[in-house]
Design a protein around this ligand. Structure first.
Ligand SMILES: *Cc1c(COP(=O)(O)O)cnc(C)c1O
Length: 410
């Protein structure tokens, strides 16, 4: 990152004047933390006692034998507290908030996972917490809203625009501008104005640091390839960062192909004619936008991947060809998920299943002496409604209808 927060042509901090002071303060505190080994120690201690770090690296022997190519290893971020890599980021920012002496946190959330993680952190650290969520998402994600409220957070439904994630981000920025003195905005992914992309990637980099050590221990050498799904890009940056200088390790980001690249119903921002460079939400990156800069509708079976922008760090790595980008359609993702459950007894989140789908396409072409790592960003329990519906499971349908009847009769 350069002095103005750019990664090559991407990133920056396009922020309103009133936030300037706060961003300076945040940047300074972040720099201080990076230079203080005691901070990282405190972070590791917190993550090993409150979450599940180090997370295991699992050798997927059945899947490896099934494809007959490279050895498949799975980095188990699903075993974190709240079920995904998101804990790495929010707990890190929580420690930062404590150092800055702020009393209140706000966050945006789409599917509710980042809101859940932030509400968890706020409860643990005794902070006041407000979560902005598109009204549409509040309706679709009731279970997460329920838990956030139970943990003491206030969830505010956002009625603007398409009433989804990008509208929630705009509303959270509005709150921040009004309450800068006592409030920190816990940004959920490696996007937004500097220093967020780099700071979030730094907290997530623990994934790759552990994975490098583990793969050497189990496999004796570096992996040939590493796969991660890409929404905003934080779990991908988290596992990629450690390996960026390892010239023999290929890094592959898998975006949400939705109904296919030609359908106009996807969230592919890199290698896609529907996307172009733009400045929005405080930073410059590849956005899915029309010629007037209006954001397009996105779709993915995985709610955590349907964001219009992508990490400016990944736009830079894409441009420099240091990371290869692929996409997987909803259908491919469901097949990859099905196979992983049957062969390994592991239920990846729909988001993570994109990385599995990307890897399954190619792993058969590699030698059994090689290894690949798939970053399993989260667990799939949260997706039971979507997965059961997609598999058209008749008993599940009956269960939902019966429960509905039971409630309405009381
Ligand atoms: C939120 C989420 C993602 C997408 O976020 P990134 O910043 O792209 O990592 C991916 N997987 C899971 C399980 C998530 O909850």
């Amino acid at each position: 990152m350069d002095k103005k927060g750019f990664f090559g042509n991407w990133g920056g901090a396009y922020i309103p004047e009133v936030l300037y002071q706060t961003f300076q303060e945040l940047q300074k505190e972040y720099d201080r933390c990076r230079q203080d080994p005691a901070f990282w120690e405190e972070y590791l201690n917190l993550m090993s006692t409150y979450s599940c770090r180090p997370t295991p690296l699992t050798h997927a022997e059945n899947l490896s034998n099934y494809f007959g190519g490279a050895q498949i290893y799975i980095k188990r971020e699903d075993l974190n507290h709240t079920g995904a890599h998101k804990a790495n980021n929010v707990m890190g920012q929580g420690l930062l908030v404590k150092r800055m002496g702020k009393k209140r946190v706000i966050a945006e959330t789409g599917a509710g996972q980042h809101g859940m993680a932030t509400a968890t952190m706020a409860a643990k650290f005794g902070l006041e917490c407000t979560i902005y969520m598109g009204e549409e998402d509040v309706l679709r994600q009731r279970p997460n809203v329920f838990w956030m409220e139970k943990m003491g957070a206030t969830v505010i439904p956002v009625k603007d625009g398409s009433r989804t994630l990008k509208d929630a981000i705009n509303e959270a920025f509005r709150d921040w501008v009004t309450n800068v003195d006592d409030t920190h905005y816990v940004f959920g992914t490696a996007c937004g104005p500097a220093p967020f992309p780099e700071m979030v990637s730094w907290f997530q980099s623990i994934i790759g640091i552990e994975a490098a050590e583990q793969i050497i221990k189990y496999h004796g050498k570096m992996p040939a390839k590493i796969y991660a799904c890409v929404g905003g890009g934080s779990n991908a940056m988290g596992i990629f960062k450690r390996f960026l200088d390892e010239k023999d390790v290929e890094l592959i980001g898998v975006e949400a192909g939705g109904h296919g690249i030609d359908s106009g119903s996807h969230a592919i921002r890199l290698n896609c004619p529907d996307a172009s460079p733009g400045v929005a939400q405080g930073y410059k990156t590849m956005f899915l936008q029309d010629e007037d800069g209006q954001m397009k509708h996105t779709h993915s079976v995985a709610a955590g991947l349907d964001y219009v922008g992508v990490s400016p760090i990944l736009s830079d790595l894409w441009e420099k060809k240091q990371v290869r980008f692929e996409s997987a359609t909803d259908n491919e993702v469901m097949q990859a998920l099905d196979l992983t459950m049957k062969k390994e007894g592991i239920i990846p989140a729909l988001e993570s299943s994109h990385a599995f789908a990307g890897a399954f396409r190619e792993v058969g072409k590699l030698s059994p002496d090689d290894a690949i790592i798939i970053n399993q960003s989260g667990r799939g329990d949260k997706d039971i409604f979507t997965i059961a519906h997609a598999f058209a499971d008749p008993s599940w349908k009956k269960f939902i209808i019966d429960r509905g009847k039971e409630y309405s009769s009381k």
